[in-house]
Design a protein around this ligand. Sequence first.
Ligand code: FAD
Length: 414
Amino acid sequence: MSVGTVLIVGAGITGVCTAEWLRRDGWDVTLIDPVEPGSEDQTSYGNAGLLSRTSVMPVATESMVRKAPSMVLDPDSPLFLRWSYLPRLLPWLIPFVRNAKPERVRDISIGIATMTSDTNEQHLALVRGTDAQNFICSGEFVSLFPQRENYESDVFGAEIRGKYGLYPEKIDRAELLERDPNIGPHYNFATVFKDICWLSSPGGYVRAIFSHFKSNGGGYRQSRAMSITPGAAPSVVLEGGETLSADKVVLSAGAWSGKIARAFGVGMNIEAERGYHIAIRDPHFTAPQPYLVSDAKIIMTPMDGFLRAAGVAEFGGLDAPPSSRPIEVIKKGVRKVYPDLKFDVTENWMGRRPTTPDSLPVIGEDPSAPNILHAYGGQHIGLTIGPKVGRIIADLAGRRRPNIDLSIYRPNRF
Ligand SMILES: Cc1cc2nc3c(=O)[nH]c(=O)nc-3n(C[C@H](O)[C@H](O)[C@H](O)COP(=O)(O)OP(=O)(O)OC[C@H]3O[C@@H](n4cnc5c(N)ncnc54)[C@H](O)[C@@H]3O)c2cc1C
């Protein structure tokens, strides 16, 4: 017997994980999304596929903020700004810069580590025994640096990672070449973390969780939610005018969530931090495991039948069309790592990371409408934390107290 009804607005990784946890708890769940889960219109389709248990640093740090002005002026750097968008970015940018202070970074890292540290276990808890499990690969995660000094100079980053026991193995170029003889001469130092998982197809993974959910009785409406109305039985108006209501509504519409939340009254501050990828089909050689290319700010991940290079950050709003320069910068990054890789068959893609000014997700009951639950803001780690966010939301809906302090993620903190 159903314990109640839930509508979920947005069916990317966050929405499908939340839907599946709620379904297992006995809720009658309907996902609402104009695009099929797993399709390329979702940010969850085109990410680097890393389940990043080692992510603890926020996007904003003092060194990043210091470098940003020169980076946006350099067309070869991985940071892009559409200048006409700058006035609209300021309400997000000002608190973002404030959050770069070391004491804020230390606090924020606690909120990030809480969400990322058990990602391998959280994903397996959700997908073990389903087709989605077949997409999980495991091995090492290697970060490439031009020189050892580039790594050693980040004393603050090492301090924060050390706080969480994240001490990578350090290897020089000779060892790097033993592992991967194709690495170009630009990279002379690397760090290695073991016991890391990644996905052979992030879109396929979302699709598989969604199929499992549907084949076990979960519902799906392929439509856009036009508005959410709070209340004892909150409702969602669909494109076309139909109104659905339920005991609970979960908002998990990624970078689009801010617009929807603001319309029913929460002062949300979230930006579309646009990122890009290229996919190189059937490369004549590929990466043995995911690489973080530290200077190019891309991750290169071996996936099913292709090598994907994903990353960069562009600020230009939700709706602007994709730019061409970020794709060129990513290609350049790949050529530096693999000068001998011949590629011309590529897929170019752009997606929108849902990024808050404090790099923390938004998770929790709406302060003035507790039957509405917020679940978004995964920024660079939205894939990593999807199952855990879903589990927390299912706990909150079922009136179970999650065993973590959620105040740092509260929706009314902006
Ligand atoms: C280049 C790049 C690389 C990345 N690499 C990684 C990585 O390696 N590891 C990692 O953990 N994270 C990574 N990320 C981040 C991660 O992909 C995102 O944080 C995550 O996909 C966000 O998931 P989501 O479900 O919140 O949003 P989305 O996947 O964007 O889904 C939101 C859904 O909401 C729907 N929606 C919007 N408006 C409405 C509406 N009005 N009604 C109904 N539905 C609506 C949309 O159609 C969409 O399907 C990367 C991101 C990028 C761009």
